[in-house]
Design a protein around this ligand. Structure first.
Ligand code: OAD
Length: 248
């Protein structure tokens, strides 16, 4: 590792070590080393597929089978992936902090929970769950393949993935808990997100406004990098374990 990287890790550790309350925001980048594609950039999910065709309420009204094929593929992908050292480092951080730790994730892949993280707020929903568009009942269907047009077992209404699409509001209760955690944290760690999708990216401004130290880990500078205290430039599967090691 280059000396500059080590210096950034030292500075990040100095901010993180005394923090009693830590909030973390993760994006698709933390799961990249598990083998899941991120959204933007070369090879990203949105490169081969227009957002408007598969991830908006209108897309689902127009062609629910197409939307379900997209999400069934993503669900099937989950069978082939496992948490990586980045996810595990956040489990170690939670063990260190106990109830002072909150993990806010934009990811729908469930890898934080699979790794062992407990206080996880899925602000964009979860791929394993489905929701009835009529009775709103939410059920966990694991990663079993679903029909192209699955129906609710209770009311026979159409089922949709329990994820947040563009133009939709975030789940209110989960979002409020995320804002509370970020407002009250001493240190905010932002990992593997391009930080361009709001309101999630706005949590960085909330943390700064409330005076928290902000550390970012990303393979490359993001839209947030100019307003963080320390940028750890590199893969999160390396940077996060290194950072945790420095806390000891
Ligand atoms: P993006 O695809 O926009 O950004 C992924 C980020 O991860 C980029 O900044 C990469 O540089 C970084 N990255 C890639 N590999 C990495 C690695 N090994 N270690 C660290 N960083 C790495 O994904 P998100 O920011 O998560 O929303 O996207 C935000 C939201 O937009 C998603 O939740 C989804 C999407 O459209 C909805 O579907 C509602």
């Amino acid at each position: 590792m280059a000396p500059a990287d080590d210096d950034a890790l030292d500075r990040a550790a100095r901010l993180l070590r005394p923090a009693k309350r830590v909030a973390v925001l993760t994006g698709a980048g933390i799961s990249a080393e598990s083998g899941l594609a991120t959204f933007r950039g070369a090879g990203g999910l949105w490169e081969g597929q227009r957002v408007e065709d598969v991830a908006t309420p209108r897309a689902f009204e127009r062609d629910p089978a197409l939307v379900w094929r997209f999400y069934n593929l993503r669900r099937a992908n989950l069978a082939t992936v496992a948490p990586n050292p980045g996810h595990l480092a956040l489990v170690a951080l939670e063990q260190r902090l106990g109830p002072g730790f909150t993990l806010v994730t934009q990811n729908v892949d469930g890898l934080h929970q699979a790794a062992g993280s407990r206080n996880v707020l899925e602000i964009h929903g979860g791929l394993r769950r489905v929701r009835c568009v009529v009775c709103e009942r939410v059920t966990d269907r694991g990663i079993e393949p679903l029909a192209d047009l699955p129906r609710c077992e209770k009311c026979d209404g159409m089922l949709r993935p329990d994820v947040v699409w563009f133009e939709e509001a975030l789940p209110e209760d989960v979002w409020q808990r995320a804002v509370d955690a970020v407002q009250t944290c001493d240190c905010f760690l932002v990992v593997g997100t391009s930080a361009i999708v709001y309101p999630a990216a706005g949590l960085i401004d909330v943390a700064r406004m409330e005076g928290a130290d902000v550390i970012e880990a990303n393979l490359q500078p993001s839209a947030a990098s100019s307003r963080v205290d320390v940028l750890l430039l590199g893969p999160s599967g390396t940077m996060l374990p290194e950072l945790i090691k420095k806390l000891e």
